[in-house]
Design a protein around this ligand. Structure first.
Ligand SMILES: [Zn+2]
Length: 274
């Protein structure tokens, strides 16, 4: 196969960020290290990522082990339930992955070994075509803006389920829902869930919309998602708010330092105080 395989590296896929932005982040992240995490309120922290490339794997493992010391890992259903409670006695965390890249598999095995159940939001059409290089090439270019890489197939998805992970709906083929006609919405939301259920049986209860910002979703889309799913996930940073009909999630890039994960937790707390 022509896909990049075991030597897939984050560094090969990196988008350049300006030096001033990097310096500002570095400064803020280190500033937040002065205040320990236990000083911040107890919340349910939803984090997500897309990839754990080969050069990220060691950092990923180290970050997960550090998070395990400070948070209680729970599955997504429990996280949804706890996030709606007013007071919590502990800090909880739940992890999800979007897009179904094959490099998630190795991460999933490590998580299962650590007793952690993550959620994988996948596109059934992409899984169906995971061995078709031309399909994957244009999917990567047009929808994900990355070089072509390997994706999970149905057998892998079943194995993830057997490990105790959850499978979530990410739309049929990663279309931006805010641009969809009514017919296309049904395809992206309902047909996609049907395809997933046909392949893996039961247990597809959550939906994460593609691209994840408020501009990438419409009222109609949220209504349709809510008809068939227990919860809807964005890629907007923050904590759960009453009166908002979807969940926020913080993006994690494992290649970055562990302290960035804590930094965003702390920042979300500060935003809620303000
Ligand atoms: Zn996505």
């Amino acid at each position: 196969m022509e896909f990049l395989q075991e030597n897939e590296l984050y560094i090969n896929q990196t988008v350049k960020v300006s030096l001033s932005k990097r310096l500002l982040k570095f400064f803020l992240v280190n500033l937040s290290r002065i205040t320990p995490l236990y000083l911040y309120p107890n919340k349910v922290y939803f984090i997500y990522s897309h990839h754990v490339f080969t050069d990220e794997f060691e950092k990923f493992k180290r970050s997960i082990l550090r998070l395990k010391k400070k948070f209680i890992f729970i599955d997504i259903e429990k996280a949804i339930e706890l996030s709606k409670r007013k007071k919590l006695k502990k800090k909880y965390i739940t992890l999800s992955f979007d897009d179904g890249m094959y490099n998630n598999f190795r991460a999933a095995e490590f998580l299962a070994k650590e007793g952690i159940s993550a959620t994988f939001f996948v596109n059934p059409e992409v899984i169906q075509h995971s061995a078709n290089f031309n399909y994957i090439k244009s999917h990567c270019q047009e929808r994900l803006h990355i070089k072509p890489i390997r994706f999970l197939n149905w057998e892998d998805i079943q194995l993830l389920k057997n490990m105790g992970h959850k499978i979530g709906n990410h739309g049929l083929n990663h279309k931006r829902l805010s641009n969809c006609t009514a017919e296309e919405l049904i395809e992206q939301v309902e047909k996609s869930k049907k395809c997933l259920l046909e392949k893996i049986g039961e247990g597809v209860s959550t939906f994460a919309w593609c691209y994840g910002t408020s501009k990438d979703i419409s009222k109609e889309a949220i209504q349709l998602i809510q008809k068939g799913h227990s919860s809807t996930f964005s890629a907007i940073r923050g904590f759960y708010k009453n009166g908002v009909n979807y969940h926020y999630r913080d993006l994690v890039i494992w290649y970055n330092s562990y302290h960035r994960i804590e930094f965003f937790y702390k920042l979300n707390c500060i935003k809620q105080w303000m």
